[in-house]
Design a protein around this ligand. Structure first.
Ligand code: PMP
Length: 461
């Protein structure tokens, strides 16, 4: 390890060496995190922060079992994946057991972007079609192909073969719970939007390769789809010759509690599922799970697929330890219990603070949508930035998301506890009060420093 740098030196050297398009959280005063354990992170001065934002260190930062698995394997062997090795098979077997039987083939990759990139290639190769439908406000990655299906990005420019459907945001989307009471009506209306795209394609003699979606939209602002929506979209897409890709990069591995995968909440079985972020608890490993038919067609029609680091013995050993830890420590049960508690506690705050427009969640995936006014639902963007900043000053890390940057995201490591939620609620309560009673302060701060503190869209994904 090199010499320890002061925070000022770290900032100076970062500005010198790292490309400017790689932004940090809290831009005007970034955090320097030097250590982490469980659901806590520590800065260079030893300040402890409760991490409510990290859906990568899924089973807890530096989990001893995961660390030990990595160290142990690194002492024995790490190489590329072109030799026979058992780790990749032990991991595949354990992982595939958690999927419906039709999803029984796996490809390993190194990031969520790569997994989605490959997923779309599989879909195009299998169907022979080129057109893709994605949802508004979606984010699927940084490669050329995945950026094209990521309308969340500020500079998004839609290519001709991509079709963006309204995302089923029933709070502030095209059709809302104010106008339509039942999920049935809402899902029908949103599914109709996809049908319109499919019919337009047909009229132009074009055919769909795939529909790519998150099972619960995260970057879009923690959106939970109305029941029945995915079911009818899947049916239509398949009738038109396409396949369905569920991006579980943020929401997979038991985050929703009741299920291993978000798509299970929606009673569908995708043709392709992509996994990432939590899979290696911070170590880069991702995967694409698909059917035998799709994998076989890819073998027949496409060039061979090989990625140097993907599926290496160390990554696989680590991912296996993550899976085991989720089970051994009953983290899905914890997600149900603590997630439920979180939503109920925020509901109590909602009675006190009119800025809370909506609270929605499934397990440890939750969002608090902030509105300036409950009737107009005008997004409370500046207030959200102020709140996230003030929480940081009270030792809590939370992030904002959604196209209007007005949704507080709760997606902590899965080991978070109810007493952590109590700590968060007491701080959030006082920050919300402060926000209400010091509108002028908010404005003043925003015009000077807080604007800077709005996490940049590009860094949040
Ligand atoms: N899909 C989703 C839903 C994501 O949230 C992200 C990352 N935020 C990605 C794909 C891309 O993953 P990665 O950053 O590992 O390339």
């Amino acid at each position: 390890t090199g010499k320890k740098l002061t925070k000022e030196e770290t900032i100076r050297l970062r500005n010198e060496f790292i490309g400017k398009s790689c932004p940090l959280f809290y831009k005007s005063n970034p955090l320097k995190i030097v250590e982490a354990k469980g659901q806590y992170m520590y800065d260079e001065e030893g300040q402890e922060y409760l991490d409510c934002a990290n859906n990568v260190c899924h089973v807890g930062h530096c989990h001893p079992k995961v660390v030990a698995a990595g160290v142990e394997q690194m002492e024995i062997l790490n190489t590329n994946s072109r030799y026979l090795n058992d780790n990749i098979l032990h991991l595949s077997e354990s992982l595939l057991k958690k999927f419906p039987p039709s999803l029984n083939r796996i490809y390993f990759t190194n990031s969520g972007s790569e997994a989605n990139d490959l997923a779309m290639r599989l879909a195009k190769t299998y169907t022979g079609n080129q057109d893709i439908i994605c949802l508004n406000a979606a984010y699927h990655g940084i490669t050329e192909a995945t950026m094209k299906v990521s309308p969340y990005k500020q500079l998004y420019s839609k290519p001709d073969h991509v079709h963006v459907a309204p995302n089923p945001d029933t709070y502030r989307g095209k059709f809302t719970r104010d106008e339509f009471e039942s999920d049935k009506e809402l899902s029908k209306l949103y599914a109709l939007e996809i049908e319109k795209i499919l019919n337009r394609l047909k009229e132009c003699n074009r055919k769909i390769a795939c529909f790519i979606h998150e099972s619960l939209q995260s970057c879009a602002g923690q959106i939970i789809m109305p029941k029945g929506y995915l079911e009818s979209v899947y049916k239509q897409v398949r009738e038109h010759g396409g396949v369905c890709i569920a991006d579980e990069v943020q929401v997979g591995f038991g985050r929703v509690g009741k299920y291993w995968w978000g798509f299970e909440m929606n009673d569908v079985v995708p043709d392709i599922v992509t996994l990432g972020k939590p899979m290696g608890n911070g170590h880069p490993i991702s995967a694409v799970v698909t059917t035998r038919e799709i994998a076989d067609q890819f073998f027949e029609k496409a060039d061979s697929f090989f990625s140097t680091f993907a599926g290496n013995p160390v990554s696989c050993r680590i991912a296996l330890a993550v899976l085991q830890t989720i089970e051994e420590e009953n983290l899905r049960e914890n997600a149900i219990e603590v997630g439920h508690y979180f939503v109920n506690e925020v509901k109590k705050l909602k009675l006190k603070h009119s800025i809370i427009g909506d609270i929605r969640g499934a397990g440890l995936f939750a969002g608090i949508e902030l509105s300036k006014d409950r009737l107009t639902k005008k997004p409370a963007t500046e207030e959200a930035a102020f709140i996230v900043d003030s929480l940081r000053n009270r030792n809590i890390i939370m992030t904002i998301d959604g196209l209007d940057e007005n949704v507080l995201k709760f997606k902590p490591p899965m080991c978070i506890t109810k007493s952590n939620v109590d700590f968060l609620m007491s701080r959030l309560d006082s920050v919300l009060l402060e926000c209400r009673f010091s509108k002028n302060t908010v404005k003043r701060q925003l015009s000077t420093e807080c604007d800077e503190n709005v996490p940049d869209k590009k860094q949040k994904a």
